[in-house]
Design a protein around this ligand. Structure first.
Ligand code: TPP
Length: 560
C-alpha cells in the first residue's frame, strides 16, 4: 500500500521499538492521527491534556529504556507540551514530540490562522522547541520527510534527548518513499586512542589509591552503562554509593552498597566514606544544588575522577570522546580489587532499627507509612517519587534486587509523577508502579488519573495529604504554601464514571492504612490511597536539605 508521511513516521516509531504513543487531537493533527491509527502495531493512548501526555512520554522512556512519542496540535497543544519536553531534555529522555502545523500555503498567502499568535509567523513553535530539543524540524515537503524524520529519530537515540517534528496539516497524508532498511543506533563508539589512554590513567590512579570508592550517577541509565557499572563494582571490591537521582540504577542488595551519597542527608556513614576516600570515581553523576544538598557535599575535585557520557575528567586532564559504558567496561578488566573503603564503612555502619507498628487507632505518620511501603516492595516494583517530601522518604527505602526508582530531580516540575506513572504503567505492563505523590503536586495534573483508569492500568498511588507545599515551607515559608484541601479519594469515583475500575480510600490511622494496602494490592486495577499526614510531619532530611538549599538560594548578589 502507499506510504504517506504519517504512515512513514508510524513505521519508523514501530521499528525503534515503540508499541504506544500519547496523543491529544486538534485540527492541525487529525489527519496525522488517522495515518497513525492505520498502523495496528502501535496503540494510541489518549490523554486529558498535552502537558500530561508529555509527562507520560517521559515515563514511557523510563520504563522501556528507549524512546517515546507524543502527538499534539499546533501552539495550543504544543506550548502546553513544552514544559514536559524541557523536563525530558534535562533528564536525558528521547521523547519524540510531534506537532501538527499550519497548511504549507498559509504563510506564503498571508493567511491569518486560529490557535496562533495572530501574526504572520508560523515558525515560532519550532523555534521555541529548538531550545529544549536536540533537533527541531518542520516538514513541508513530502519528498524531504523521510530524511528529516530519520535524522531526527537518530538524533534522539544518539544524544538521548527529545526532538521536535512539526508536520504541516496538509502534508501528513501526502505520498512519500516507503521506509527503507536501515538501523538506528544509540550513542556512537569512543575514539579508541582516547579510550585506551583514559582507562590506563584511571586504572593507574585507582590501583595506587588506598580507599577508592565508586559512586553511581543518573546518566548511567540513559547512556546504557548500568551493566558496565555493575561489572566494575564487582571487579573493584570498592564500597559503592549512589547519587540520589541514580537510586535504583545499582542493586541496593549488592554486598558493597553503602547507600545514597547526598551530602548531609545521605545514608548514614556513606558521605563520610566518600568524602574521606583518597580517590572517588563518579560514573555519570550530576552535581546540582539539589543533588549535593546546596553544595554541602564535600567533594574534593583533586580526589575525583568523573566519567561522563562522552568524556573522562581527571583532576588535571580530560579525555574527550570516551563513552561512559565503554570506559567502565574496559576499566573493569584493568582494576585491582581493593576492599579498603568497604572495611572502613563496615566499621562505622549503623544498623537500621526496624520500626514497630503502633495501635490500629494511632494517627498516621510518614515513618509508619513508609515502613508499610517498604514491606510492599518486590522485584517487580517501581517507586515513582514526586518532588516534595516523597523524595526524602522514598530515598530511605531499601530496594529489593530488581526493583526500580524514578525521580525527576534535575528538572523537578511538580505534577510530573501523575503523567509519568501513566506512561510508566503503559511501558512496563509487568511492573506495578508505586507512586508517591504530594497533594500540592497532584493538584497540577490530577485529571490524568482518569487516563490511568481509562486504560485500566495497575499502579498504586499514595496521595500524601499534608495540606500544603511542605518542601517549600522548609525552604521559605509564606501564605502561598497553604493549598485548598480536596477530597482526593473521591476523585476516583468521579473519574470512574459509568465504566471505570479504579479503587480508592482514605486512611487516617495505622489500622485503616493496613486495610487500605491489603485492598489496593489485591485490586486488579488502579488504586489510590489518600493518607492523612500532619502538616508538620516531614522527614528530618527534608528539614536539613531545605536549610542548605535556602542558604544557597539566598547568597547575596556579588557586585563588581
Ligand atoms: N511549579 C512547578 C511546575 N514545579 C515546581 N517545582 C514548583 C512550582 C515549586 N514547588 C516545588 S515543590 C512544591 C512547589 C510548589 C510543593 C510540593 O508540594 P506537595 O506535592 O504537596 O509535596 P510536599 O512538599 O507537601 O511533600
Amino acid at each position: 500500500c502507499t506510504t504517506t508521511v504519517g504512515s512513514y513516521l508510524a513505521s519508523r516509531l514501530e521499528e525503534i521499538g515503540l508499541q504506544h504513543y500519547f496523543a491529544v487531537p486538534g485540527d492541525y493533527n487529525l489527519v496525522l492521527l488517522d495515518k497513525l491509527l492505520e498502523n495496528k502495531n502501535l496503540k494510541m493512548i489518549s490523554c486529558c491534556n498535552e502537558l500530561n501526555a508529555g509527562y507520560a512520554a517521559d515515563g514511557y522512556c523510563r520504563a522501556t529504556g528507549g524512546a517515546s512519542a507524543v502527538f499534539v496540535t499546533y501552539s495550543v497543544g504544543g506550548l502546553s507540551l513544552l514544559n514536559a519536553v524541557a523536563g525530558a531534555y534535562a533528564e536525558d529522555l528521547p521523547v519524540i514530540a510531534v506537532s501538527g502545523g499550519p497548511n504549507t500555503n498559509s504563510e506564503a498567502e498571508f493567511e491569518m490562522l486560529h490557535h496562533t499568535l495572530g501574526e504572520l509567523d508560523y515558525d515560532y513553535q519550532r523555534e521555541i522547541f529548538s531550545k529544549v530539543t536536540a533537533e527541531a524540524v518542520t516538514i513541508h515537503d513530502p519528498r524531504e520527510a523521510p530524511t528529516q524524520i530519520d535524522h531526527a529519530i537518530q538524533t534522539a537515540l544518539r544524544f538521548r534527548k527529545p526532538v521536535y517534528i512539526e508536520i504541516a496539516c496538509n502534508i501528513a497524508s501526502a505520498v512519500t518513499s516507503a521506509p527503507n532498511v536501515r538501523s538506528f543506533g544509540g550513542p556512537t563508539a569512543s575514539d579508541p586512542v582516547s579510550l585506551k589512554a583514559a582507562v590506563e590513567r584511571a586504572a593507574e590512579m585507582l590501583n595506587a589509591a588506598t580507599k577508592p570508592v565508586l559512586v553511581s550517577g543518573v546518566k548511567l541509565r540513559s547512556f546504557g552503562a548500568e551493566t558496565s557499572f555493575h561489572k566494575l563494582a564487582d571487579a573493584s571490591g570498592y564500597a559503592i554509593a549512589s547519587m540520589p537521582n541514580a537510586k535504583g540504577m545499582f542493586d541496593e542488595q549488592h554486598p558493597h552498597y553503602m547507600g545514597t551519597y547526598w551530602g548531609p542527608v545521605g545514608s548514614p556513614g556513606c558521605g563520610e566514606i566518600v568524602d574521606s576516600s583518597d580517590l572517588c570515581l563518579f560514573a555519570g553523576g550530576t552535581f546540582t544544588d539539589y543533588t549535593t544538598t546546596g553544595h554541602a557535599a564535600l567533594i574534593d575535585p583533586t580526589k575525583v575522577i568523573q566519567a561522563r557520557p562522552n568524556s573522562v575528567v581527571f583532576p588535571n586532564q580530560t579525555f574527550s570522546n570516551v563513552k561512559l559504558a565503554e570506559f567502565l567496561e574496559e576499566l573493569s578488566t584493568k582494576i585491582k580489587s581493593n576492599d579498603g573503603s568497604m572495611i572502613a564503612f563496615k566499621r562505622i555502619q549503623e544498623q537500621a532499627t526496624p520500626l514497630s507498628p503502633g495501635d490500629p487507632e494511632t494517627p498516621l505518620s510518614t515513618r509508619q507509612l513508609f515502613s508499610r511501603i517498604q514491606n510492599m516492595l518486590g522485584s517487580d516494583s517501581t517507586v515513582i517519587a514526586e518532588t516534595g517530601d516523597s523524595w526524602f522518604n522514598g530515598m530511605q527505602l531499601n530496594l529489593p534486587t530488581g526493583s526500580r526508582f524514578e525521580v525527576q530531580m534535575q528538572y523537578g516540575s511538580i505534577g510530573w509523577s501523575v503523567g509519568a506513572t501513566l506512561g510508566y504503567s503503559v511501558g512496563a505492563p509487568d511492573r506495578r508502579p508505586i507512586a508517591l505523590i504530594g497533594d500540592g503536586s497532584f493538584q497540577l495534573t490530577a485529571q490524568e488519573v482518569s487516563t490511568i483508569i481509562r486504560y485500566d492500568l495497575k499502579p498504586i498511588i499514595f496521595l500524601m495529604n499534608n495540606r500544603g507545599y511542605t518542601i517549600e515551607v522548609e525552604i521559605h515559608d509564606g501564605p502561598y504554601n497553604t493549598i485548598k484541601n480536596w477530597n482526593y479519594a473521591d476523585l476516583v469515583k468521579v473519574f470512574n464514571a459509568e465504566d471505570g475500575n479504579g479503587w480508592s480510600c482514605q486512611a487516617t490511622t495505622e489500622g485503616e492504612l493496613d486495610e487500605a494496602i491489603k485492598n489496593a494490592v489485591s485490586h486488579n486495577g488502579p488504586a489510590l490511597i489518600e493518607v492523612a499526614i500532619d502538616r508538620d510531619d516531614c522527614s528530618k532530611n527534608l528539614l536539613v536539605w531545605g536549610g542548605h538549599v535556602a542558604k544557597n538560594n539566598g547568597r547575596p548578589p556579588r557586585f563588581a
